[in-house]
Design a protein around this ligand. Structure first.
Ligand code: PRX
Length: 658
């Protein structure tokens, strides 16, 4: 079974021999009793009270799970709580005011520490600011900020007043921002003048100006002055300076709004199988309980730890495991604004050493880069504070897994390979580091209470080692409740493939292919839909194709994933042009610009191959699978069903001569 995204069951890396966690780790781990799996089964769904118990509730919930309107489940319904209270106030009340909440490391070597008191003060002041601007409960506030402290401050301020936030990754384009603000009908935006990119000042505000022009609604915009004199900016109508507003509200406090467990905490747009991004809705109680529980059980976070997730808050990983999970547990979370190789390739290890980081969580794409750069960089630093390592975003094969453990983890730190998605809200498949053996290359079993299965097209469990579809056969607290774009899309995107409503069966389909072994360990192979995962970031092939076809002179485009050197996936674009349009370097540049302006540089194709036409079936469907085989240099299947089989050879020649 081979899909469009380049995974191939035969080529998948078999899990290596298993490794037990070291005794010294187990002795101190938060969860060490293997009976936790059985207990969750026996007590399901009440088992999830353990997660809810990690939170402070203003009103206790009536039911753990309400499932009479599947797949629209309710968790902890009737319960009332506030996420900002749970991440801040209760730690102050527990006498932890001076404990560090966020340690921020700026791009230019700046360092700032926010104690829980500092963070609470900043959040209260900004919450007062938002109220003053007219933000009301349930209004959606868009946050378009890089990795600066104002981002988590704004998120928690929104949570405090019950206004769901919609964070748009700062690297996305003006068009992408406008699409998301339009879809969410968002009338409030928090952004900045610009930020430093590898030392240079980069203008964010001009992107915002372009986005706002295309919106129908009036937008109140708050602008953080990140660059000062390095990038002077002018504020227009309905635009306000962050510092000025906050200074006007200095010392003010805002009572946290009491929210229903099922009230929306935030909206997060992610790529789907169509060109339109999906607005994934997460609610307050179940999400916060699940991120807190998984931060504790999987990432082994303790309040006295310094913990670092080197992701961007612009994506779900940062929401769950830089902001909400660690702060709910009252730990110290490190936030890094820069890149791993600036000013030098040891930057991350310098930060680990300086902050004596206990737990470090990153993506396989980063680990592959570290491995390529060589061990001399981590060797420059004392990394002995690290107790546990984690990975997320794509599969990590055995070699980088071992390198990570050896050169970052001192040879014996356990690694958790965590599989989850924007839609699952929190980790759903992983080993528990204090309980389970690890198998390099395999994420592990479903977490306790998570019924993760690998099934064939009929929903039957596949045999060990066989490829199938990764599904979750039971609801879980952190799950998305719906899509902002509508319940129908939610049902059809995730609940139509393996569910059988007549039989009362509601199984969530992840869009991923996987194998499972005799011990129930799951190895994720990649997407089976029109989504490609590039450096752990999810992109829709259709969205990229429509950006390319928007370029003058382009007739058609087909985008596929190609396995890059040393693992990972690259974007490979086939483009056909109008007869009078020269397929040359200038056009290639315009295509790259087109993609960057409609999505952002993260979607820039690694290769653009021009072809007079795309291979199509007789019914006119583009044969993307074939194009993917061509891109990957794989053996081609039968091309006789093509209307224009000769084009395949032409494309291959074109690639070879490039
Ligand atoms: O294909 C899987 C891959 O990332 C997808 C989810 O992307 P996103 O919603 O952006 O969330 C990323 C971070 C949670 C999945 O469908 N993926 C995520 N973690 C892993 C993974 N693939 C293999 N192994 C993982 N540990």
């Amino acid at each position: 079974m081979v899909d469009r995204n380049g995974w191939d069951a035969d080529a998948s890396v078999p899990a290596g021999p298993s490794h037990d966690p070291p005794a010294s780790f187990v002795e101190q781990a938060n969860v060490t009793d293997e009976a936790v799996y059985e207990a969750f089964e026996e007590e399901w769904p009440d088992c999830w009270e353990r997660a809810a118990d990690l939170l402070s509730w203003e009103r206790p919930y009536d039911d753990v799970l309400v499932d009479d309107d599947a797949p629209f489940y309710e968790w902890f319904s009737g319960g009332r709580l506030n996420a900002s209270y749970n991440c801040l106030d209760r730690h102050l009340e527990a006498g932890r005011k001076t404990h560090a909440a966020i340690r921020w490391e700026g791009k230019r070597g700046e360092r700032e520490t926010y104690t829980y008191q500092d963070l609470a003060t900043a959040v209260n002041e900004f919450a007062a600011t938002l109220l003053d601007l007219g933000v009301e409960e349930n209004d959606i506030v868009t946050l378009y900020l890089p990795m600066i402290p104002e981002l988590p401050i704004a998120m928690l301020a929104c949570a405090r007043i019950g206004a769901p936030h919609s964070v748009v990754f700062a690297g996305l384009s003006a068009d992408a921002l406008a699409t998301r603000m339009d879809a969410a009908d968002s009338e409030y935006l928090v952004t900045c003048d610009g930020y430093y990119r590898r030392g240079d000042a980069f203008n964010q505000k001009s992107k915002v100006d372009n986005a706002l022009i295309s919106l129908d609604q009036d937008v109140e915009t708050v602008v953080v002055d990140r660059l000062g004199d390095d990038l002077p900016h002018v504020l227009g109508e309905r635009e306000y300076d962050y510092d000025e507003l906050v200074t006007a509200h200095a010392g003010e406090t805002v009572e946290p709004v009491t929210r229903n467990a099922e009230d929306m905490l935030f909206l997060m747009y992610t790529s789907g199988t169509t060109g339109e991004p999906k607005g994934v809705v997460h609610t307050t109680g179940g999400y916060l309980a699940h991120v807190a529980w998984s931060s504790r059980a999987v990432l082994d976070i303790k309040p006295e730890d310094t913990y670092w997730c080197a992701a961007d808050i612009g994506w779900i990983t940062g929401h769950s495991y830089i902001v909400y999970g660690p702060l709910a547990l009252g730990t110290t979370t490190v936030m890094y604004e820069g890149t791993p190789d600036y000013p030098d390739r040891d930057r991350l290890w310098e930060i680990v050493e300086k902050n004596a980081v206990d737990v470090f969580y990153t993506a396989p794409t980063a680990i592959r880069a570290f491995m390529k750069w060589g061990e001399e960089y981590p060797e420059r630093h004392d990394l002995s504070s690290l107790r546990l390592l984690g990975t997320v975003g794509e599969a990590i094969s055995a070699r980088p897994w071992r390198w990570y453990r050896e050169h970052i983890g001192g040879g014996d730190a356990p690694i958790v390979d965590t599989w989850w998605q924007t839609e699952t809200g929190a980790i759903t498949v992983s080993t528990l580091p204090g309980v389970d053996a690890m198998k390099p290359g395999s994420a592990g079993p479903g977490l306790p209470g998570i019924d993760a299965r690998v099934v064939d097209a009929d929903g039957e469990d596949v045999d060990p080692g066989e490829t199938g579809y990764l599904t979750i056969a039971r609801p879980w607290p952190g799950m998305a409740r719906t899509l902002y774009d509508g319940d129908d899309r939610f049902r059809s995107e995730y609940w139509s493939q393996f569910s059988d409503p007549d039989d009362g069966r509601w199984w969530y389909f992840s869009g991923d292919a996987a194998t499972i072994d005799e011990d129930g360990y799951i190895t994720v192979l990649g997407r089976v839909d029109d989504v490609i995962n590039v450096s752990g970031r999810r992109l829709s092939t259709m969205e990229i194709e429509s950006a390319i076809t928007g370029v003058d002179g382009v007739v058609e485009a087909a985008v596929v994933g190609r396995s890059g050197e040393g693992g990972g996936t690259e974007i490979y674009a086939y483009v056909s042009t109008e007869a009078d349009c020269e397929p040359d370097a200038t056009l290639r540049e315009r295509i790259v610009e087109g993609v960057e302006s409609s999505i952002g540089p993260i979607a820039t194709p690694a290769s653009v191959v021009f072809t007079p036409e795309l291979p199509k079936t007789r019914s006119g469907k583009i044969m993307r699978r074939l194009l993917e085989d061509v891109a990957n240099g794989d053996q081609l299947g039968d091309t006789s069903a093509l209307r224009n089989p000769e084009i395949v050879g032409e494309i291959q020649t074109e690639i070879q001569t490039e």
